[in-house]
Design a protein around this ligand. Structure first.
Ligand SMILES: C[S@@+](CC[C@H](N)C(=O)[O-])C[C@H]1O[C@@H](n2cnc3c(N)ncnc32)[C@H](O)[C@@H]1O
Length: 323
């Protein structure tokens, strides 16, 4: 009983702090078994996939009862597709000078540098361990002349005005304290005609307003645990207004929720069960995994993890230009 109370008190403190550095240094992997945990990572080639996003599953085989054993491979393919979608939306190409805010372990920077050939990519990330591992991977892949990674916050960019053609935030802006501060900073460092492109979680309509107190507290608790500040709980409409109020034009918010939340909801559970089975052979019966995967594939979207915990039912590719 005392243990349960202590754990709850510790979690409550984390939820109230909503600190991304703590989350990505200490906690990641604890709630999604199978995703990389910083203390488990071994870098040898620099090309081992260490993505942390939910994946863009439109063109990727979805996890089902027959292919669940390949969940790791399918998940990574979808995560790389998210990085391609951002690059294509930004019309990323040769000569572009890029700022990437919240790069995880730098998979996206290696992919963009090799496949889209921008002139330079500067990456900023608040999590020192990810920066250290990312740098090691950039060195191993021979991309040091193109990709430079530093510890820093997207909300206080250490750059002068007008130096970038493209600013990216790939599933990281929901963590920024605050997202609005980042939009102002992104606008400042972009050159006229520069493009901002983000993959981000939000709400189709204001889901907070209709929720009772108990439900609101539950979402607040879960968002705090993943370092998603309350100030960043936006509807698509709010997102559009915020981008325009900073000065951006050609604002577009394209919904890809149907190609993210459903498939990743199944993938997360399959990944947890497959990881448990591989860590302790015989501990999880394949028939149980198949039954669970089948159940999740038929689940009502109102039950999806990202909705029940964080109250997010929208996932957008947000893009905008500085006039
Ligand atoms: C969900 S992960 C996504 C990582 C990566 N984009 C990927 O797809 O693998 C979010 C990332 O945002 C970073 N982050 C959180 N707050 C930040 C901030 N204020 N400035 C820069 N990076 C931040 C985290 O350290 C983490 O690397």
């Amino acid at each position: 009983m005392l243990n349960a109370v202590t754990t709850f008190a510790k979690n409550l403190k984390k939820a109230l702090l909503a600190d991304p550095k703590r989350f990505y240094t200490v906690d990641t992997g604890a709630w999604v078994t199978g995703l990389p945990k910083s203390d488990e990572i071994q870098v040898t080639t620099g090309r081992e996939p260490l993505w942390l996003n939910l994946g863009y599953w439109r063109e990727v085989e979805r996890v089902d009862e027959n292919n669940y054993e390949r969940v790791g491979e399918l998940f990574k393919a979808a995560q790389a597709q998210m990085a391609h979608l951002l690059a294509k939306t930004a019309r990323l190409g040769q000569g572009d000078v890029v700022l990437d805010c919240g790069f995880g372990y730098a998979d996206q920077d290696i992919l963009w540098a090799e496949e889209y050939r921008p002139a330079r990519i500067h990456g900023l990330n608040v999590t020192p361990n990810q920066v250290r591992i990312g740098r090691e991977r950039v060195r191993l892949t021979g991309l040091e002349k193109v990709v430079q990674l530093d510890v820093g916050s997207a909300t206080e960019l250490p750059f002068g005005p007008g130096g970038f053609d493209v600013v990216f935030a790939l599933e990281s802006a929901m963590h920024f304290k605050t997202r609005r501060d980042f939009l102002r900073e992104a606008f400042r460092v972009l050159r006229p005609g520069g493009r901002l492109v983000m993959a981000d979680m939000c709400q189709k309509t204001d889901r907070e307003a209709g929720a009772g107190l108990r439900r609101r507290l539950r979402h607040r608790y879960w968002r705090g645990l993943i370092a998603f500040p309350e100030a960043n709980v936006w509807t698509v409409q709010r997102y559009d207004t915020e981008l325009k109020s900073v000065g951006f034009q050609n604002v577009r918010l394209e919904s890809i929720a149907a190609d993210v939340y459903g498939p990743v909801n199944t993938a997360f559970t399959a990944l947890r069960m497959v990881t448990a089975a591989s860590r302790q052979p015989g501990s999880v019966n394949p028939e149980r995994i198949r039954a669970e995967v089948r159940k999740l594939r038929e689940q009502d979207p109102e039950q999806y993890q990202h909705l029940s915990q964080f109250n997010c039912d929208e996932y957008v590719i947000a893009s905008a230009e500085k006039p």
